[in-house]
Design a protein around this ligand. Structure first.
Ligand code: F3S
Length: 395
């Protein structure tokens, strides 16, 4: 891979150890994937944050990397969800030792100049690239959103690679950064209107079929941004989709010559309903309903507030989101409505990366196909998959 003189100096440690280690990662990645050079990025989003997934070794690595104080993020960079609500873990019942370690991890990232806004929907809260920007993002649902809905360009980076890119301000030029890899591999015709959790079911079906390919969707009705984030998360979890096109919606759909795509699929209402049923692992009633996968938008919190207003919720309810979205939900009075009904707006974390398996829950109600896919494997708990209105039970 071609390196400029300055990049070579970075590799030689002339700008400090943190930058040298970061360049090591980027150069190795570029060599593996045959990148011609490094390209400047405008944004990074870094995964590998939860103490549940990176543990003690991850904490030590980050504290060591932050040690020289020279290498800090040189572009707008934010973090993925950690395993606890960083501020309100005690009130919400998160384990103490876990939460203290978790805060140390986030502090280490902070020393590296990564914003402590912890969310998998950074595009809702200030980490918003422009069309065609090169970026380095690692949360898979956010990768699908930023490539597909915004039209910026990233590969599905690992956490260390996105961190290295944030520090250096560059990423290897290959894969989804290049025009020729952004065409569609499969056209998906959906024969019925989709609502709510149908979008997750569709993403779950197509992710399995297309793997790491690029699907092009033709729908009967127009999805909104919340539907698109749900769809992308499902595509990225049952498959490893980084980019999809939605006809008449996403910015690059017109650049796809649909006639040239050989693989075509038709999806019926029956298949959507069958998949919705298959995403549940039990008929038992959820003891925790956990919404906000990917992290909830203000509109989604408002919708829940409308559903629970003036009522008392039977099961426990968490809506996971970023501190920034919650601050607005507080101002709008949505948080108060939800808390009066017995629910909580939980910041930073989510049902997959939090240690919910150690918090006394057995069955988790979700409206996200990604969460339905991961909660059984990552937490060992059962899930019920449905729309918000059907999940929440009242006294
Ligand atoms: Fe986000 Fe957690 Fe879902 S990181 S996409 S809320 S599994």
């Amino acid at each position: 891979m071609f390196l400029t003189k300055k990049e070579e100096q970075m590799c030689n440690g002339e700008f400090g150890e943190t930058i040298r280690k970061s360049m090591d990662i980027l150069v190795a990645l570029g060599d593996i994937y045959g990148a011609s050079k490094l390209v400047d990025i405008t944004s990074a989003q870094v995964s590998g944050v939860s103490y549940k997934t990176i543990g003690e070794a991850g904490l030590e690595y980050l504290e060591d990397l932050a040690g020289d104080g020279l290498g800090v993020a040189s572009v707008n960079a934010s973090l993925n969800p950690p395993g606890t609500d960083l501020d309100n873990w005690k009130e919400l019942g998160f384990p103490e030792e876990f939460s203290i370690k978790q805060n140390k991890i986030v502090d280490a990232y902070g020393k590296l100049g990564i914003s402590k806004t912890c969310t998998c929907t950074p595009y809702l809260v200030g980490n918003v690239p422009r069309f065609a920007d090169h970026v380095s993002w690692s949360e898979s649902s956010a990768v699908a959103y930023v490539n597909s809905v915004i039209g910026a360009r990233t590969n599905r980076e690992g956490g260390p690679a996105a961190l290295a890119a944030a520090i250096v301000g560059k990423t290897p030029l290959y894969g989804f950064h290049l025009d020729q890899n952004r065409n569609a591999d499969l056209v998906v015709n959906v024969n019925c209107e989709l609502n709510g959790a149908d979008f997750g079911a569709l993403g779950y079906i197509i992710g399995k079929v297309v793997g790491s390919g690029v699907p092009y969707f033709k729908l009967k009705n127009t999805p909104d941004n919340n539907d698109l984030k749900t769809l992308g998360a499902a595509l990225a979890s049952s498959g490893s989709v980084a980019l999809y096109h939605m006809e008449n919606v996403t910015p690059e759909h017109k650049q796809v010559d649909v006639e040239e795509v050989e693989d075509i699929m038709f999806i019926s209402e029956k298949e959507i309903l069958k998949t919705r049923e298959e995403l549940s692992t039990t008929d038992r009633e959820p003891d925790l309903i956990c919404l906000g996968c990917p992290h909830a938008s203000l509109e989604e919190i408002k919708k829940v507030a409308n559903v629970v207003q003036g009522k008392t919720i039977k099961n426990k309810l968490w809506i996971c989101t970023s501190v920034s979205v919650k601050a607005t939900a507080d101002r709008m009075g949505y948080t108060e409505i939800i808390e009066r009904a017995g629910g909580n707006v939980v910041c930073d974390t989510c049902m997959v990366v939090a240690p919910i398996e150690d918090m006394g829950f057995e069955v988790i109600g979700v409206n996200s196909a990604k969460a339905a896919n991961y909660v059984p494997s990552m937490c060992g708990l059962d899930v019920v998959y449905n729309d918000v209105e059907n999940l929440i039970q009242f006294e």
